[in-house]
Design a protein around this ligand. Sequence first.
Ligand SMILES: Nc1ncnc2c1ncn2[C@@H]1O[C@H](COP(=O)(O)OP(=O)(O)OP(=O)(O)O)[C@@H](O)[C@H]1O
Ligand SMILES: [Mg+2]
Length: 300
Amino acid sequence: MTAPLILVPSDPLAPRAPDQHFLREADAARQAGIDLAVVDHDAILAGDVRAAVRRVAASDGVRPGWYRGWMLPSGAYGRLGAALETRGVRLCTDPAAYRTAHELPGWYDTFADLTPASVWMPWTAGIAPTPGDIGALVADLGGGPGVVKDYVKSRKHEWDEACFVPELSDAATAARVIARMVELQGADLSGGIVVRAFEQFLSDDDGRALEARVWWVAGAPVLVTPHPDAPAGTTVEVPAEALDGVRACVRALGAPFVTTDLALRSDGEWRVIEVGDGQVSDLPADQEPGVLVGALAAAG
Ligand SMILES: Nc1ncnc2c1ncn2[C@@H]1O[C@H](COP(=O)(O)OP(=O)(O)OP(=O)(O)O)[C@@H](O)[C@H]1O
Ligand SMILES: [Mg+2]
């Protein structure tokens, strides 16, 4: 088996070097003897994937690769994968698996028993939905409070304005919050509109749900960290029984490297707030990256 390569974004100001944000992971890979290459994130987004991979040394045969970088739209990830193949590198997560783990409609059914009830519809960036559009969408959730996002990201920092709906049966208010979410996402709106039933989670002093991010490689939980937005020094623990339920879903999903963000609901149930492709999940700044990098190297 050929050892896997780890691909990180290049520093826009020093294109041969890893982006500062991924430097600790890059250093950990080098120290562990894992080969590293940089890809140009801006070129990927600009559609010039040939240029994006030009610093990846071509290898004979097929070499497995893991990406550790900024989030990519699913289409761009697929184009990156195709460009890497021309250099003899095959991403361990194929484009279909990436989309499945990265976008809520891809992972929702597999995790339905463990995650807040959700509905969604494809939507075009820049168009404001009407109360009629939204009333039809949320009917299956019944009433009660809700949380809105696109297929990947919320506007959680604009909570009252563009994320939280106090009562979903009030279609006018729901449409106003969702229209604001769509407006703020702008051209970056990913896929469409998602509406989720609100659940009460254990939270920190700022009212933010306390989340544990579990990192799964080849179906095994290799690392548990706080959510990267949590204050430095936050510690989290997830009981083994909670991990057991999530493990079955992660394995059913089939993507080889995923994260699950877990929070404790007020009734004591561990819930999955979000699933993500591990390649584009952020690691807390104070987290030692060696364990994760080592797990990826071993699984390639
Ligand atoms: N159904 C829900 N019930 C209660 N709170 C929720 C729900 N969904 C999301 N939240 C809260 O909103 C926050 C943002 O939601 P989510 O993680 O889905 O969006 P995001 O923008 O992708 O966040 P991230 O920064 O983790 O990528 C969560 O961290 C949680 O505090
Ligand atoms: Mg989240």
